[in-house]
Design a protein around this ligand. Structure first.
Ligand code: S3P
Length: 440
């Protein structure tokens, strides 16, 4: 099968209702936390993508049994101290920052050194951001270039609680320290810039000793040692970060309408909805309900007649962090100049996404002024692409691939997008759903 996709036509207008796979952040958290539970946890609709399968592989390496059958995953947890630590263990986090960072937090009591490795993209990313606070617990680390993977962790028997100021708005750093904190006697305190709070919500649902005080820009989180976690039966809701591609396609395709069923709309994840509303899009949440502390709804969106530009408030950055590539595409079609700032974190993802976002827009013929942490996009509501655009060598970033497909289907031109296998990371059925939308 060729590993590149060629698009030559815009998608015809559509009017559809779709269901998409489970949320990646929640799926990985469910796997890791269930591996520490006492007893059998069961999940339905667990995302079956490489990031989640790598998480299952990781806990298996640590001696935890896991079964996947007919869309149901079972994990046979052996308690907080149930991992089978042994010499020369290597955990492969593949492409997943969430797995690599969260599991390292869990491993702070390993008596033997454990090596954490990843693929080319993950090996370029900042792991110092977690080893610095985790080191304060008493674990010791060796990192390549004192910054990235491979890293080796050696735990300690004499762990002590820490105070940590998480100032990047990174849920992975926050969660890594929370998961370390559960193994330590005493109160660990985290002052964390706002970021997705799935770990905290799951802890609260499980009645684990966590307290969260919300301030305007920060959360104050206190976590105490956990003795036992009950098994977790979970029906994983759909991922808004995957839904976002089809929401964007609807916004960019005339006379279209889409409903995406049963999506996790946790307010720490819905920045894209707030941003689209500010740009003039009619997007609604229907059938809203609470499930195990998470908010779930169907998302209904209609293509707008006109799109307004946006001066995007930085406070939405964390809530929309995985959606900016497609938000930039929408800004390319808006009337006026859009501005996105304080977005340096975007260059620390699976690929430098602020750079790639700007590169793709320039290839499309959109005027862009980009700095290290901001981007100004001069929108063109009449944009029609007539040339050939080749997307290649982008560290196989799944979101670069999927955003490029959305651009090709929305703006026309001839797109040659390499590394189709990138979708396996987060959304293996992405192209199947595109085909559903294409069928009249
Ligand atoms: C995630 C947190 C975010 C996000 C990533 C998933 C998580 O990363 O970009 O896709 O599951 O905690 P950061 O913590 O680096 O912001």
């Amino acid at each position: 099968m060729p590993n590149k996709i060629i698009l030559k036509k815009k998608i015809p207008n559509f009017y559809k209702k779709i269901t998409i796979p489970g949320d990646k952040s929640i799926s990985i958290r469910w796997v890791l936390i269930s591996s520490l539970a006492t007893g059998v946890s069961k999940a339905k609709n667990l995302l079956m993508s490489e990031d989640v399968l790598a998480s299952i592989q990781a806990i298996r390496k640590l001696g935890i049994k896991a079964e996947v059958k007919n869309n149901v995953c079972k994990i046979y947890g052996k308690g907080i101290t149930g991992y089978k630590y042994r010499k020369n263990l290597i955990i492969n986090s593949q492409n997943s920052g969430t797995l690599g960072r969260l599991i390292t937090g869990i491993l702070i009591d390993t008596p033997f050194p454990i090596k954490i490795i990843g693929d080319k993209s993950l090996s370029k990313r900042d792991f110092k951001r977690i080893t610095k606070p985790l080191g304060k617990f008493g674990a010791s680390f060796q990192l390549k270039n004192n910054y990235n993977l491979p890293l080796t962790i050696k735990g300690s028997k004499k762990l002590r609680p820490i105070k940590f100021f998480e100032n990047k708005g990174s849920a992975q750093c926050k969660s890594s320290v929370i998961l370390g904190g559960i193994k330590v006697d005493g109160k660990t305190v985290i002052k964390a810039r706002k970021s997705r709070n799935h770990t905290e919500l799951l802890f609260k649902y499980l009645k684990l000793p966590i307290r969260v005080k919300k301030n305007k820009n920060f959360d104050l989180i206190e976590i105490n040692k956990v003795n036992k976690i009950s098994p977790i039966n979970y029906n994983i809701p759909s991922d808004i970060s995957s839904a976002a591609f089809f929401i964007a396609l609807t916004v960019l395709t005339k006379k279209s309408r889409l409903i995406v069923k049963n999506v996790n709309v946790n307010p720490t994840r819905t920045g894209i909805i707030t941003i689209l509303r500010k740009m003039g899009v009619k997007i609604f949440l229907i059938n809203k309900k609470i499930y195990k502390g998470e908010t779930i709804a169907d998302i209904s969106v209609k293509s707008p007649k006109k799109l307004r530009s946006i001066n995007c408030p930085s406070k939405l950055n964390s809530e929309a962090i995985d959606e900016f590539l497609i938000i930039f595409l929408i800004a390319a079609k808006a009337k006026g100049v859009s501005f996105f700032k304080n977005l340096g974190e975007l260059n620390k993802k699976e690929s430098p996404r602020l750079k790639w976002g700007s590169k793709i827009l320039k290839m499309m013929g959109i005027k862009v002024i980009a700095t290290r942490n901001s981007i100004k996009i001069f929108g063109n509501p009449n944009l029609k692409i007539q040339k050939k655009i080749v997307i290649q060598k982008y560290l196989k970033d799944h979101r670069v691939f999927m955003s490029s497909v959305i651009a090709g289907l929305s703006f026309g031109g001839e797109w040659h997008i390499h590394n189709k296998e990138a979708i396996k990371t987060s959304f293996p059925s992405f192209l199947k759903i595109i085909n559903i939308l294409k069928k009249q």
